[in-house]
Design a protein around this ligand. Sequence first.
Ligand code: FES
Length: 103
Amino acid sequence: MNETPGFFRLDDVKRGEALEIKVDGKAIPAFAGETVATALLAAGLLSCQSHDDRALGVFCNIGQCCSCLMTIDGVSGVRACQTLVSPGLVVESRRLQKRGSRP
Ligand code: FES
């Protein structure tokens, strides 16, 4: 079982092949067949994007909101809850600022 407080994986569930994805430069474990959002939550990573100082994470987990938008393999605005993991997938959280506050 995952040691992250508040999160767990069921030991007796058959999973796809173990692999790693990179999230903000950090390797985290995942399993083929699960979504990026699942891997994030299992790793205890709750923030997908931030607007100013407010963080947004997985909310609906069914592709109906925009809380989990991330940059995935260089494509910005991709829903983490609708994207399956693959070996070496590169995921970046998004940091957005109010219009006009950029340099
Ligand atoms: S969590 Fe709502 S679209 Fe992904």
